[in-house]
Design a binder for this molecule. Structure first.
Ligand code: NAD
Length: 251
């Protein structure tokens, strides 16, 4: 029996088979979880539908829109009732904010990246809370650029710093309500999102060269940690950022 047997978990952010959310989904299914997938828009729906079990519930949720988040969790409650957790694997910044100088980041670009990549965790948690069971968990995805100045990661690093802080504040608020909130700081992996960063190959190269076996972390490894953090096995971990990067952050 898997350690997520009987748990219903919402997974946000599957875009394609390379998505970190897909690694998380597969690991949680392996441990017995029943998943509900949210997708950003109709185009993403088609992509997600090809990847998941045809009986799985797919729900639209644009995290830039409160009404969409509210409606998504209403649909989820109507269809499956209470849930045991949410995985937030969502981020966005305009390409021009992921290169050059941070002094050139526009006010609009800053607000947009923060809105989708950081604020959305607070909004999603707000609308999920009424349908979360006791002993639930929320996990979000961060990157080393939150705490170091990584070339070209720029705006997303600033947004990830805010996200990591939001994780700690949320964790403190929701722990007494039986909801643990944590983050995973994943090593660089070639996904759709990372290709928005100028010279992203260098990020991936850095994440490979600094590992003991020169092989970068995989979505399966990140997914396994996600499954653990969503489960009662991690009951002692609250408001933490767990590095799943094969030691890249050490040097
Ligand atoms: N790939 C990496 O190297 C890496 C490393 C550390 C952390 N992360 C983080 O992992 C998470 C997942 O990214 P990924 O690398 O798997 O890329 P991805 O492109 O596969 O996933 C990003 C997801 O964000 C979703 N999204 C963007 N705007 C949205 C909106 N308005 N509403 C709903 N969904 C929206 C997209 O639809 C997509 O599914 C992100 O938070 C990313 O910053 C990625």
């Amino acid at each position: 029996m898997g350690f997520l047997e009987g748990k219903k978990i919402v997974i946000m952010g599957v875009a394609n088979k390379r998505s970190i959310a897909m690694g998380c989904a597969n690991a949680m299914i392996e441990q017995g979880a029943e998943l509900i997938y949210t997708y950003q828009n109709e185009r993403m729906k088609k992509s997600v539908a090809k990847l998941v079990d045809e009986s799985a519930l797919l729900v639209e949720c644009d995290v830039a829109d409160d009404a969409s988040i509210a409606s998504a969790f209403q649909v989820i409650e109507n269809k499956v009732g209470k849930i045991d957790g949410v995985v937030h694997s969502v981020a966005f910044a305009k390409k021009e904010e992921l290169s050059g100088n941070v002094t050139d980041i526009s006010r609009d670009g800053y607000a947009l990246a923060q809105d989708i990549s950081s604020y959305s965790l607070l909004a999603v948690s707000k609308y999920a809370l009424p349908i979360l069971n006791e002993n639930s968990a929320i996990v979000s995805l961060s990157y080393l650029g939150a705490v170091r100045a990584i070339p070209n990661y720029n705006m997303m690093g600033i947004a990830k710093a805010a996200l990591e802080s939001a994780i700690r504040y949320l964790a403190a608020e929701l722990a007494p309500k039986g909801v643990r909130v944590n983050g995973i700081s994943a090593g660089a992996i070639k996904t759709l999102a990372v290709t928005g960063v100028k010279d992203y190959q260098k990020l991936i190269q850095l994440s490979e060269e600094r590992t003991p076996d020169k092989v970068g972390v995989t979505i399966e490894e990140v997914g396994n940690t996600c499954a653990f953090l969503m489960s009662p096995l991690s009951s002692g971990i609250v408001g933490d950022i767990v590095y799943v990067d094969k030691g890249v952050h050490l040097t």
